[in-house]
Design a protein around this ligand. Structure first.
Ligand SMILES: *[C@@H]1O[C@H](CO)[C@@H](O)[C@H](O)[C@H]1NC(C)=O
Ligand SMILES: *[C@@H]1O[C@H](CO)[C@@H](O)[C@H](O)[C@H]1NC(C)=O
Ligand SMILES: *[C@@H]1O[C@H](CO)[C@@H](O)[C@H](O)[C@H]1NC(C)=O
Ligand SMILES: *[C@@H]1O[C@H](CO)[C@@H](O)[C@H](O)[C@H]1NC(C)=O
Ligand SMILES: *[C@@H]1O[C@H](CO)[C@@H](O)[C@H](O)[C@H]1NC(C)=O
Length: 192
């Protein structure tokens, strides 16, 4: 009797001490099982809202140009430049607001007569929500348009088999420095 109570108390303590995180099993057998269960899973819709800080200039840049064409410097759209980014994603427009993750990837000027970027980015979530999961974005970013719609072509972790749409809207764009804060709304359909 006494032993049973002690055991129950110990089990409760262990359960309480275990962080209540939704961790995703990523070993190959678990992924096989996940696909087996897929037909019975219901699609889920998630809305994400965050601000991306694209810092090309200043003391802590997060974007670096890695290549350019021989017309980039004379092209009105800087055609042919390619940059690698590891941009901060935060819940608010201020750089010191809560961190949600990073946008890691490559973008480049892909249009000769308009400022259109080809975006190939992984949205890597590291905040309390979606920690360890990613979304892959691939699309056209016409930077001077109010809304730029870009496809979400996949994901990992809680976002496995995700499909969706990201809309980017400039929040703050310093034409002198090239630094930008961009508001993102992402709608994704996935299975969780
Ligand atoms: C750029 O390079 C191409 C060959 O790769 C050449 O034909 C062209 O003249 C060059 N343009 C400039 C502006 O240097
Ligand atoms: C964030 O930075 C602003 C100034 O840009 C400052 O007023 C505010 O106190 C900072 N907030 C935190 C939580 O550090
Ligand atoms: C996210 O996950 C990593 C690795 O599992 C962990 O070290 C980190 O503390 C987690 N972050 C949050 C905000 O939960
Ligand atoms: C824009 O960037 C320039 C050059 O870095 C800087 O001097 C200026 O203060 C910035 N403007 C604003 C409004 O932050
Ligand atoms: C960084 O800012 C300087 C002026 O402050 C500007 O000449 C340069 O083009 C900027 N770099 C980029 C990559 O925009």
């Amino acid at each position: 009797m006494m032993n049973t109570s002690i055991t129950l108390i110990l089990i409760s303590l262990i359960l309480l001490a275990t962080p209540l995180v939704h961790s995703i099993d990523q070993d190959p057998i678990a992924i096989q099982q996940w696909f087996t269960n897929l037909p019975t899973m219901t699609p889920k819709l998630t809305h994400l809202h965050f601000y991306l800080h694209d810092l090309v200039n200043g003391s802590n840049p997060t974007v670096f140009r890695v290549a350019q064409s021989n017309i980039t410097s004379t092209s009105p759209t800087a055609f042919g430049f390619i940059a690698m980014a590891d941009d901060l994603l935060t819940t608010g427009p201020e750089p010191n607001s809560t961190v949600m993750g990073r946008a890691q990837g490559i973008y480049g000027s892909a249009c000769l007569d308009e400022s259109d970027l080809l975006m190939t980015m992984n949205l890597v979530f590291t905040g309390a929500d979606y920690n360890g999961s990613t979304l892959s974005l691939l699309g056209r970013n016409a930077v001077f348009h109010t809304y730029r719609e870009m496809p979400i072509v996949g994901g990992s972790g809680v976002f496995r088999m995700a499909r969706g749409v990201a809309t980017a809207k400039s929040y703050d764009f310093n034409l002198t420095s090239g630094n930008a804060v961009v508001e993102y709304n992402v709608m994704v359909q996935h299975y969780d």
